[in-house]
Design a protein around this ligand. Structure first.
Ligand code: FMN
Length: 316
């Protein structure tokens, strides 16, 4: 059956795209615990069109990750359309998402990401160009605005009129980057201004946050970013609440089982030498865990699996 946002179960629960974090191994870990829709980390449309091997590999999909939305970034409508077409032909993601929210200088200085919120005519052209070449749903992830948080209200209307099937809004401006709190009120207003589904995004770190965000914004669902790092169980918690089940506590044994499973997938995906690139996940998995301080140095310098397993043994 073809994937569509209108027929997706509500509230829509999604893993937000995060560069270097929401890769295939992490998405598979999330999916081993619950069934959110996962947004893969962004890939450069230009690199896809140039057939850059590393980028094309990044967009490959394992069956266990579906439904999966692949995000692309770029600023040239024809290149964005060509990249979307290539990705859909090669990997058949359930949807294509366009990044109009990234605040990082490297991205915005090329007029990609959040910079597109300053040029709605160009943003509109990109959505139309991508929509014209793919049959899967096309969504846009945006910020509340570039500098004014109310900008997303008009921008969302333009994106809807251009043909987007869904919008996600991170309730902070580009200027705010990650400071302050995400503004739920402007996301509520933007949701009210359009008819397509809207997902709220920002600062959800528990199942309770998820439901309060939906309640306050009246959105069709929400994307969870940093709240899922080191805590893929957040999606199980949300599903438990939806199904009237009690939330399960994560024991140290279960934490270590999932870390080991994640590490297996990471090594299989990136090779035996990839433990240093797993450290960012370890830091999240053990953030705030009582008694972790004394192991931190060892955890962050371990270069092989045996060394890591020794630390895990001491922790469990
Ligand atoms: C490490 C990291 C990488 C990110 N990469 C992307 C990305 O590739 N595409 C994107 O649209 N947003 C990206 N974001 C933004 C998140 O998707 C999300 O909008 C933001 O973190 C706010 O949500 P949260 O409070 O739930 O984390 C990234 C955020 C982080 C922390």
């Amino acid at each position: 059956m073809t994937f569509s946002w209108s027929s997706s179960t509500k509230p829509i629960v999604g893993l937000a795209p995060m560069a270097d974090m929401t890769d295939s191994p992490f998405c598979r870990i999330v999916k081993s615990l619950a069934s959110p829709i996962v947004w893969r980390e962004m890939v450069s449309a230009e690199a896809v069109v140039r057939e850059n091997k590393k980028t094309l590999n990044m967009a490959e999909i394992h069956i266990n990750e579906r439904p999966l939305i692949q995000q692309i970034f770029g600023a040239d409508p024809a290149t964005m359309a060509e990249a979307a077409k290539i990705i859909v032909e090669q990997n058949s993601p359930e949807g294509i998402d366009i990044n109009m929210g990234c605040p990082v200088y490297k991205i915005t200085s090329n007029f990609n990401g959040a910079a597109l919120m300053k040029d709605s005519a160009l943003a509109e052209k990109i959505v139309k160009a991508v929509k014209a070449v793919v049959t899967v749903p096309v969504s846009v992830k945006m910020r509340a605005g570039w500098s004014n948080p109310e900008e997303c209200i008009e921008f969302a209307k333009i994106i809807e009129a251009a043909g987007a099937d869904l919008i996600s809004i991170h309730g902070r401006t580009k200027i705010q980057a990650y400071t302050g709190l995400a503004n739920r009120d402007v996301v509520r207003k933007a949701k009210k201004a359009v008819s397509i589904p809207v997902l709220y995004n920002g600062d959800i770190t528990s199942a309770d946050d998820f439901f309060s965000a939906i309640e306050e914004t009246k959105c069709d669902g929400a994307l969870i970013g940093r709240g899922a790092l080191g805590n893929p169980w957040i999606f199980r918690d949300i599903e438990d609440k939806i199904n009237g089940r009690a939330i399960q506590t994560v024991s140290m044994q279960e934490r270590i089982e999932i870390i080991n499973k994640h590490l297996d997938l990471h090594i299989l995906h990136y090779g035996l030498q990839s433990i240093p690139t797993f450290r960012k996940h370890l830091a999240w998995y053990f953030k705030g865990i009582p008694g972790i301080k004394q192991f931190k140095q060892e955890l962050m310098t371990a270069n092989d699996r045996t060394a890591l397993e020794k630390i895990f043994e001491q922790l469990s």
